[in-house]
Design a protein around this ligand. Structure first.
Ligand SMILES: [Zn+2]
Length: 150
């Protein structure tokens, strides 16, 4: 079980995005509602939820499943949600050098649900935005809005 849950230790999420294609695409690409499970490094209890990610290509696009693979790589280890969010955004930057990237994670933490203040159903939301958005059809706020649109 530990081998499976912590299989991301020692792996680099940037290397998980290994299928990259040239493309003249400059409009945003959005991947929403990717379920993930990770383990809180402070309490050794799971936190889990959905990841949403979007990027504005700058000549390169990624195989879609590779974004989910980068997420898997970064969450299959002891984590804090803030760092997981940043690692995923940085992996997309490293692989694609896009004009902009936005990542948002929303998750329930069992260390807050089943113990401590005992507030099940509460979800923590973390965001990471990267890129210059130079010559981009969409700005930072626009990308975040796309990420959150249902
Ligand atoms: Zn915790």
């Amino acid at each position: 079980m530990c081998r499976e849950l912590f299989s991301g230790f020692g792996a680099d999420p940037r290397e998980a995005i290994d299928a990259v294609f040239e493309a003249e695409q400059h409009d945003p690409v959005v991947l929403r509602n990717v379920t993930f499970y990770s383990v809180c490094e402070h309490h050794l209890l799971p936190f889990f939820g959905q990841a949403h990610m979007a990027y504005i290509p700058n000549g390169k696009i990624a195989g879609l499943s590779k974004l989910a693979r980068a997420l898997e790589c970064a969450c299959r280890r002891l984590q804090v949600q803030e760092r997981l969010t940043a690692q995923l955004a940085d992996a997309i930057v490293a692989a694609l050098d896009p004009k902009g990237v936005a990542v948002e994670l929303e998750a329930e933490h069992l260390c807050m649900s089943m113990r401590g203040v005992q507030k099940p159903g509460s979800r923590m939301v973390t965001t990471a935005v990267r890129g210059s958005f130079h010559n981009s059809p969409v700005d930072r706020q626009g990308l975040l809005a796309l990420l959150r649109s249902k």
